[in-house]
Design a protein around this ligand. Structure first.
Ligand code: IMP
Length: 450
């Protein structure tokens, strides 16, 4: 019998860490902790729009493109085909890490990942400006990192540049020239409307710079689909690191106020080339309250002093843009939906310490919409905007919990809060974050209740 046909490719050796809200759930810290138990950490979606802060030994690292696992030596850090790579940002990040003594030789970039170039960022800016112009309410509030235009070029197929193209000057030149022609045409009307001068969209300098960037990236470029499947075939384990989070998923989030990729766990397989049956563990990361950057509905948003206090205690300012994040009470309806579509096997509740000191805590358990009540999430930005949260009120916990290292050490009300999450979402909570340091985590083997 042909041994290759008999090989049991990819049965259950992979894990994923995915945000269950609108991003910034503290995934980076968790991935960083789990990285050492895996042979590779893999990004499968998004680009430099993501921001992960990880604190190790008192030093804060802000990563955008490089998988958080880079901080664990012996682990490969893989940027998969589903990512859109801004080579300028990537190289800056590599240099920054090297300058702080971090070994980056384990970084591998898919030759099929698409490249974000300056004209994508210019187009992102112009499209957002048009949506905002005249007080329009349609702006997405993108990170202006060129994410949407780069994915649009990929799907459009006529001028999308892949990482592998950076090493093939003839194809690269042709694609960049074509892209610049399209960009000029696509944005001419927008510029007229806005009364601004059109960016140059001059292919020459873009091409020359891209060749230089390609040369620098060359040692890291590989066919990551064969690489990852080969690792699985050898019994190695992979950890997929979701960027941007579930409620920003282009198909399943609050469209159109979403990012341009499948940022839930549903994007893992297309974005890495690893088959579905390889995934056995999906950790859903759930911040103890809600936050959101950019536009779009957030039913539990707090515009008052309570919200301000959560923002300050949680240091809720964007890693990528520095923008203050919108904050609110925990939305359990959204959490249960997100857990469902990700196939979440366990929950990691993060930033519980931020909620210390409130007399009472609220969690959203249903929405009121058009005079009725629903317990279903509404994955449409415009419809969800009309939903009002229906809250359940829980007791607050007065004491700081940052030094707690076991569930039994938590104040009763903090434990009850986590138990309510577990019961409502229907997935065990296996980790509780009580502070930014790696060590400030409570592990619970079979859930808090179980
Ligand atoms: P884009 O991904 O830059 O196109 O932005 C689309 C929307 O997703 C905006 O509301 C961004 O603020 C939001 N977004 C994208 N990536 C992240 C992230 O990693 N965390 C939080 N919000 C994000």
């Amino acid at each position: 019998m042909n041994q290759d046909l008999n090989r049991d490719h990819g049965v259950g050796v992979c894990s994923a860490v995915v945000g269950l809200q609108w991003g910034d759930e503290g995934k980076g810290k968790l991935v960083d902790r789990m990285a050492s138990e895996h042979d590779a950490v893999v990004r499968y979606n998004g680009g430099a729009n993501a921001g992960h802060s990880v604190v190790v030994g008192g030093e804060r690292y802000a990563l955008h493109l490089i998988p958080s696992g880079i901080l664990s030596s012996q682990v490969k850090a893989v940027i998969g085909n589903g990512v859109v790579v801004d080579p300028e940002v990537l190289l800056r990040e590599i240099e920054g890490l090297r300058a702080r003594g971090v070994d980056t030789s384990n970084l591998i970039v898919s030759d099929r990942a698409h490249v974000v170039l300056q004209y994508h960022k210019d187009e992102d800016n112009l499209r957002e400006a048009l949506l905002t112009a005249g007080g329009g309410s349609g702006a997405i509030g993108t990170t202006k990192r060129g994410i949407g235009p780069a994915y649009a070029d990929k799907v459009q197929r006529s001028a999308g540049v892949r990482v592998g193209d950076l090493l093939r000057p003839e194809i690269l030149r042709e694609k960049i020239e074509r892209a610049c022609t399209y960009k000029r045409a696509a944005t001419a009307e927008i510029c007229r409307e806005l009364g601004v001068e059109s960016p140059a969209f001059d292919p020459g300098p873009v091409f020359e710079r891209a060749v230089v960037l390609g040369r620098e990236l060359e040692p890291m470029i590989d066919d990551t689909v064969y690489l990852l499947n080969g690792m699985i075939g050898e019994g190695k384990s992979l950890l997929f690191e979701g960027a941007n989070a579930t409620l920003l998923d282009v198909d399943h989030g609050t469209y159109p106020f979403v990012t341009s990729s499948n940022s839930s766990a549903l994007g893992i397989h297309a974005g890495s080339g690893v088959p579905a049956r390889a995934l056995s563990r999906v950790v859903g990361v759930l911040k103890a309250y809600s936050s959101r950057v950019g536009s779009g509905p957030m039913p539990t948003e707090l515009g008052d002093a309570t919200g301000e206090r959560i923002r300050e205690r949680g240091r809720e300012y964007g890693t990528t843009t520095g923008r203050p994040r919108r904050v609110g009470w925990l939305d359990l309806v959204a959490a249960r939906y997100a857990a469902m579509i990700n196939g979440t096997t366990e929950l990691a509740v993060t930033l519980l310490d931020v909620l210390a000191g409130f007399d009472e805590l609220k969690v959203c358990i249903a929405y009121e919409l058009d005079g009725g009540r629903t317990e279903r999430f509404i994955p449409d930005g415009h419809v969800l905007a009309g939903a009002r949260p229906i809250y359940e009120t829980l007791s607050g916990f007065g004491d700081e919990i940052s030094d707690c290292r076991g569930v039994d050490e938590l104040p009763g009300a903090a434990r009850a809060y986590v138990e309510r999450i577990e019961a409502f979402v229907g997935v065990p909570v296996c980790s509780i974050g009580v502070g930014p340091e790696r060590s400030q985590t409570i592990e619970t083997s079979a859930g808090v209740v179980g």
